[in-house]
Design a protein. Sequence first.
Length: 197
Amino acid sequence: MYQGDRFDFEIILTMIRENSKVLDLGCGDGELLKLLKEHKNVRGVGIENDEKMIYACVSKGVTVEHADIDEGLPDFPDKFFDYCILNFTLQETKKPKKVIHEALRVGNEVIVSFPNFAYYVVRFYIGILGKTPRTKALPYNWDETPNLHYFTIKDFIEFCRRENIEIVDYKGFTGKRLVYYKPNFFAEKAVFLLTKR
C-alpha cells in the first residue's frame, strides 16, 4: 500500500475498490490517478483546466481531458464511473453545488476532500489574530489563494443532508493522523465518500 507524504491519497486508496473506473475532477498533475492505477488497477481519466498540469499528467502516462468542471460533464453518461474524485478541488470551483451533483450523476460514488475552515488553528487566526488564516491546508496569502469557498466539515454534512446526498463514510485528519474526537474542531482536512441513489 502507498506510504507517501500525502495522507489524503492513503485514505482515498482505502475507499476505492480494485479494477474500478475513476474520473478525477481537477486532477492536478495526475499523481493520484497514477497511484490508483499502480495500487488499485483502476481505469482512470482526469479532467483539468490548467495546461501546465495537463502536461504533467501526460508525462506520467495519465489520460487527461482539458475542460472546466464548472461547466458540467456533458461528455459522460449517467453512472459511467464507479467513482468521481474531487480531491481538494471543490473549494476552488465557482459552482460547487452543480459540480457535486454532476459528479454524483456520472459516478456511483463520489470522493470529496477539502481543508476544514473550522480547524482550531484557523479559528485562532481569525478570532485572535484577526487575519486570514495560513496553515498547511491553507498556505496562500488572501490575495493569492485559489480557494473561492471556505467551508467546514459541519457545513458539508449539512449541505449533504439538504441535498439528499448520502454520506457513506468520512475521515477527518490532521497531518498523518485520523481525528475521531470533534473533527470539525481538531481536523485540518477531511475526506468524504458520498452517493446518491
